[in-house]
Design a protein around this ligand. Structure first.
Ligand SMILES: O=C(O)C1=C[C@@H](OP(=O)(O)O)[C@@H](O)[C@H](O)C1
Ligand SMILES: C=C(OP(=O)(O)O)C(=O)O
Length: 440
């Protein structure tokens, strides 16, 4: 499978406090949920301000392979004609339904966890593949759940790639899973649940689930689309069968990606503002406001614009990031620009993200002169980075973003494979340059 292009990027050093306003593109998590929901709807839907990036392109291609149609003729929006309907869900997109459709998940967790249950519901034979690095991401929970729902999955795999087939769709009913490795197992099954003939009752039986806000996001977007979904306690969800109406929705800015730019204000003692910050949101990235305050920055949200103002020094922090693991690389980068000892914990599940992020951060921060201890589910950053080096990014967009923040604090950070940032932000280096040029 194709990987992003290799390239080397000298991360710019801040010569003065950064002062800028940055308009951040749409949220990956919301865009890919809306695409999945548009595919299961009974009528066309329009998504305004969608994120256009590798992960969302892969999601659009995936639903197209399953029989939906995507119209991108109007800039800044996509209109999706859903999967074809049958009484019990969807029908095969080909007349015979015998040819396998092909889905490429790339390295996108949302595609690899949201598409398989949806694909099973179409009744088609579907081959699900991805980047070689995606083969290491946890999939066993989803594969076991689908097998329990009667879906045939070959070979006897516990990870990508595999082929699935459930002629006649999926009956549904009660499923028990252990989603402690990723909230996306819950989100993926819930999003497809309305296509199952009997709907779905999903019970999480394992330890705590990471990234809770992403489950809230799934439930809220489903309800807004008109799907009946009930949450009972912390671990049980019920989805009623039946396809929702079409919808029109505008995607919020990606707050986790916004955190990278806000971090620039913290580490340079400048000010960065992000407009269109939602007053209420299920995006975990909203938690960066609190993290910024913990780092000692001033935080002001007024008239829908969030401004972070960094002060002279950056405070060390102790933060539980279990709910917002995707903020870890950038938070670690800010912490590694601070003088004191920081501890980031509750992040063991990040070993199953794009790369083992604990190992990756530990290795690269150490390379830049920081003293770091890697624990099973935590990182302790004892002392800050001191010098630049070639920074490996491991096909992880957020390692590129972390490197960019570090590059502001120390000379000569050179980012290997900067193009990998296109997973969620193809325009990252341009936006970064614009921010450093003080664009407002
Ligand atoms: O559902 C989603 O959109 C996501 C859920 C989270 O995954 P995990 O629960 O695997 O951490 C998050 O880290 C990821 O970036 C996006
Ligand atoms: C974990 C992440 O992505 P994915 O959706 O691929 O899991 C992330 O973006 O930080």
């Amino acid at each position: 499978m194709t990987q992003p292009t290799t390239s080397l990027w000298p991360a710019p050093r801040a010569t003065a406090p950064v002062r800028a306003t940055v308009t951040v593109p749409g949220s990956k998590s919301l865009t890919n949920r809306y695409i999945a929901l548009a595919a299961v709807a009974s009528e066309p839907s329009t998504i305004m301000n969608p994120l256009i990036s590798r992960d969302t392109e892969l999601m659009l291609a995936a639903i197209t392979a399953l029989g939906a149609a995507v119209d991108r003729s109007t800039p800044g929006q996509v209109t999706i004609t859903p999967l074809p309907a049958t009484a019990s869900g969807t029908k095969p997109a080909t007349a015979s339904g015998t040819d396998a459709a092909a889905v490429d998940c790339g390295l996108a967790g949302t595609v690899m966890r949201f598409i398989p249950p949806l694909a099973a519901a179409t009744g088609r034979k579907v081959r699900i593949d991805g980047d070689t690095q995606a083969y290491a991401r946890p999939m066993d929970t989803m594969i076991t759940a689908l097998r329990g729902l009667g879906v045939d999955i070959t070979p006897g795999a516990a990870s990508l790639p595999f082929e699935l087939h459930s002629p006649g769709g999926v009956r549904g009913g009660r499923v028990e899973i252990d989603a402690s490795a990723s909230s996306q197992f819950i989100s993926g099954l819930l999003l497809a649940g309305c296509l199952f003939a009997d709907g779905l009752t999903l019970v999480h039986t394992g330890e705590s689930v990471p990234s809770r806000p992403h489950i809230d996001m799934t439930v809220e977007t489903m309800r807004r689309a008109g799907i009946e979904v009930q949450a009972t306690g912390d671990d049980t969800w019920t989805v009623a069968p039946g396809r929702p109406h079409g919808f029109t929705v505008t995607v919020e800015p990606d707050l986790s990606n916004a955190a990278t730019f806000l971090a620039a204000a913290i580490v340079t003692g400048g000010q960065v503002c992000v407009p269109h910050w939602p007053a209420q949101t299920t995006q975990g990235g909203d938690a960066f406001r609190q993290l910024a305050a913990d780092f000692g920055a001033r935080v002001a949200l007024a008239d829908g614009t969030l401004c972070i103002t960094g002060l002279e020094s950056v405070a060390a922090i102790d933060a539980d990031l279990s709910a917002v693991g995707e903020l870890t690389p950038v938070t670690a980068a800010v912490a590694a620009c601070a003088a004191g000892k920081s501890r980031l914990h509750g992040i063991g599940h990040l070993r199953g993200h794009e790369t083992d992020r604990l190992a990756a951060l530990s290795a690269e921060l150490t390379k830049l002169g920081a003293r770091v201890t890697e624990h099973a589910d935590a990182l302790t950053i004892h002392s800050p980075v001191t010098h630049g080096a070639a920074f490996e990014t491991y096909h992880d967009h957020r390692m590129v973003m972390a490197a960019a923040v570090l590059g502001l604090c120390i000379d000569a950070v050179e980012v290997i494979d900067v193009g990998t940032v296109a997973k969620t932000m193809p325009e990252f280096t341009q936006l970064w340059a614009g921010m450093l040029a003080g664009e407002r």
